[in-house]
Write a protein that binds this ligand. Structure first.
Ligand code: NAP
Length: 504
C-alpha cells in the first residue's frame, strides 16, 4: 500500500528541475511538507518517470506531486479493469467493501478535508462538508449494491405472453471510464466510483489535473477496504491523451463525465456507440417572491452564492426578486455578503477562498467590468482583497451581460427585479442551462407552478437551489447534461437490463 511521503523543502526545487526541466514561479522553499503519490493500475502503485505538480490555488505553494500518466498507462488501466471484471465480485462483497469505505472515509475525514482544501483551495468549512457527504455517497451505494435487481414482466398481460414467465436481470454495463472535475475532488469521484462498484463495474478514473490527490487518497481507502486489484484504476495526466483512450477503446462501455459543457458534449459526439453520461454546468437562478421570509432567504443565499467562491455547478448565480421587496431584500442580503470572511482556505473561519486559477479570477473581473459597462450596479465586492476576489453582487444586471447568461463559476451573483411570476420564470429559463433552480414563496400554487415550468433537472422550494443530498436524483436538462447521479440512479445507468423468457 502506498504511504504518503514527506518531501523535504530542499528537495522541492530538485523535483521540479529534474522532472520538469523548468523553474517554478515559486522562489521560496515550501514551508510545509508536500505529498507524493503514484498512480494506481491493477492494484499496483506505479511511477512513470514523469511528475505532475499540484500547486495551492491560494499561494502557489507545492501541495504535492503525482506520477504523470499518458496513453500507455491509460491503456494498461483499461486492461486491468477488463481483467478484474472477468472475476465478478458478488453483490454482498461489493456492498461490504462500500460500507467499509464509508467507514474509512468517516475515520479519515479530517485528512480528506485537508487534502481537498489544500489542492482545490476550498475553505475547510466546505471541505469538511464534502468529506461527510462522500461518506453518505458510499453508504447509499452499498444499499444499492444489496438491492440491485431486475423486474418481473407480467407476461400474461398480452395473449402473446400467455404460458410464459419473464424477468429482467441487471448486469454490469462493462468497464466505466470516469472523468471528474476539480471542484468536488473527493465526493464527485465518489459519485462515479461508488455506484460503478455497486453495479459490478470496474473503473478507470481520470481526475482533474489540478486536484488528483483527493482521488488517489480515495483509491487508497478503497484498497484498504478490500477492493480487489484492477477494480479501481486511477490515471492522472493530460486530458486529451487519457480522454482519447476512454473514447476510442471499445472495452470502455460507459463514460461518466462531470465538468464543463463544452468538453462534455464534445466527448459525447466522439463516442456515439458508448453511453456518455454528462453532468455539466449551470447558471443557477432563484426566484424570491414578495411573500417569502426575506431574512431567511438573505441568509441562505448569502451562504449558497459564495461557498467555495461560487465554484459549484449549482452555486446561486441569478437572483430574481419581486419588485415590491427588491430594496428590502438588498438591505438584508448585502450586509451578509459583506460580512463573509475572505482568506486562507486552511483557516476554520474562512468563508470564501481563492478561485482555482488566476486566469479564472481575471476572467470574472472582466465579466464584472462588462456588467458595469452595460449598466449593472456593484453593490458588494467587485474588487480584490489581496489576491482574492471579494464576494460580488451585481444589482440590476443587464440580461445580455455574461454574468446573466453564462456560468460565472466565481464568487458573484446578480440581483434583478421582476413584476410577475411569468416574467421571473421566463428570466430563470433564459439561459442554455438547466441543472437546478429555486423559488422562495409562501404561496403553494406559485411554488407548484414554478416546479412545473422551470426547465431544470431539480427545483427547490424555500431552499437555495445549491442544496444537494447525495441520495437525490441529480442532473440537468438542456446544456447541463443528460443523466442523473445519486447512487440509486447512477447504478441503473451503469447496468444493462437483460430479458429472460421462460416457456412454462
Ligand atoms: P473541465 O475543464 O471540463 O474538466 C473536467 C474534467 O474533464 C477534468 O478531469 C479535465 O481534465 C477533463 N477534460 C478536459 N478536457 C478533456 C478532454 N478533451 N477529454 C477528456 N477529458 C477532458 O471542468 P472543470 O473546470 O474541472 O469543472 C468545472 C465545470 O464542471 C463547471 O462547468 C461546473 O458547472 C461543472 N460541474 C458540474 C457538476 C454537475 O454535477 N453537474 C458538478 C461539478 C462541476 P484536466 O483537469 O486534466 O484538464
Amino acid at each position: 500500500m502506498i504511504r504518503d511521503r514527506d518531501i523535504a523543502a530542499s528537495r522541492v526545487a530538485n523535483v521540479w528541475n529534474v522532472h520538469d526541466g523548468k523553474v517554478s514561479h515559486y522562489t521560496q522553499p515550501v514551508a510545509t511538507t508536500a505529498t507524493e503519490r503514484k498512480i494506481l493500475i491493477g492494484g499496483e502503485w506505479i511511477e512513470t518517470g514523469d511528475w505532475l505538480e499540484v500547486l495551492s490555488p491560494y499561494d502557489g505553494s507545492l501541495v504535492g506531486r503525482v506520477a504523470k500518466a499518458g496513453t500507455a498507462e491509460a491503456r494498461r488501466a483499461v486492461d486491468a479493469a477488463e481483467r478484474a471484471m472477468a472475476e465478478p465480485i458478488p453483490a454482498h462483497d461489493r456492498a461490504a467493501i462500500l460500507d467499509r469505505t464509508a467507514h474509512l472515509v468517516d475515520e479519515r475525514s479530517e485528512e480528506i478535508a485537508r487534502t481537498i482544501s489544500a489542492e482545490a483551495g476550498k475553505p475547510m468549512k466546505a471541505a469538511r462538508i464534502e468529506a461527510a457527504r462522500a461518506q453518505s455517497t458510499f453508504t447509499m451505494a452499498a444499499v444499492e449494491a444489496r438491492k440491485l435487481a431486475g423486474d418481473v414482466v407480467p407476461m400474461d398481460a398480452s395473449p402473446a405472453g400467455a404460458g410464459k414467465v419473464a424477468l429482467t436481470l441487471r448486469l454490469p454495463v462493462g468497464v466505466v471510464g470516469a472523468i471528474s472535475p476539480f471542484n468536488f475532488p473527493f465526493n464527485l469521484v465518489a459519485h462515479k466510483v461508488a455506484p460503478a462498484l455497486a453495479a459490478g463495474c470496474a473503473v478507470v478514473l481520470k481526475p482533474a489535473s489540478q486536484t488528483p490527490l483527493s482521488a488517489l487518497l480515495l483509491a487508497e481507502l478503497e484498497q484498504e477496504a478490500g477492493l480487489p486489484d484492477g477494480w479501481l484504476n486511477v490515471v492522472v495526466g493530460p486530458a486529451s491523451e487519457i480522454g482519447d483512450v476512454l473514447v476510442e477503446d471499445e472495452r470502455v462501455a460507459l463514460i461518466t463525465f462531470t465538468g464543463s459543457s463544452g468538453v462534455g458534449w464534445k466527448l459525447r459526439e466522439r463516442a456515439p456507440r458508448k453511453r456518455v453520461n454528462l453532468e455539466l454546468g449551470n447558471a443557477t437562478p432563484v426566484i424570491v417572491a414578495a411573500d417569502a421570509d426575506l431574512d431567511d432567504v438573505a441568509a441562505r443565499l448569502a451562504m449558497h452564492a459564495f461557498s467555495f467562491a461560487g465554484q459549484s455547478c449549482i452555486s446561486v448565480q441569478r437572483i430574481y426578486v419581486e419588485r415590491s421587496v427588491y430594496d428590502a431584500f438588498l438591505e438584508r442580503f448585502v450586509p451578509r455578503v459583506d460580512a463573509l470572511v475572505v482568506g486562507d482556505p486552511a483557516n476554520d473561519a474562512t468563508d470564501v477562498g481563492p478561485l482555482i486559477s488566476e486566469a479564472d479570477r481575471d476572467r470574472v473581473l472582466e465579466w464584472i467590468e462588462e456588467a458595469k459597462a452595460k449598466g449593472g450596479r456593484i453593490v458588494a465586492g467587485g474588487e480584490l482583497d489581496g489576491d482574492l476576489l471579494r464576494p460580488t453582487v451585481v444589482a440590476d444586471a443587464p440580461p445580455d451581460a455574461k454574468v446573466s447568461c453564462e456560468e460565472v463559476f466565481g464568487p458573484l451573483c446578480t440581483v434583478v427585479p421582476y413584476d410577475s411570476l411569468d416574467e421571473a420564470i421566463g428570466l430563470a429559463n433564459g439561459t442554455r442551462y438547466g441543472l437546478q433552480a429555486g423559488i422562495f414563496t409562501s404561496d403553494v400554487k406559485a411554488a407548484l407552478r414554478a416546479a412545473h415550468e422551470l426547465e431544470f433537472g431539480g427545483v427547490t422550494v424555500n431552499e437555495a437551489p445549491t442544496f444537494r443530498a447525495d441520495q437525490m436524483p441529480y442532473g440537468g436538462v438542456k446544456d447541463s447534461g443528460n443523466t442523473r447521479e445519486g447512487p440509486a440512479y447512477a447504478v441503473r445507468e451503469m447496468t444493462e437490463e437483460r430479458l429472460v423468457v421462460l416457456q412454462l
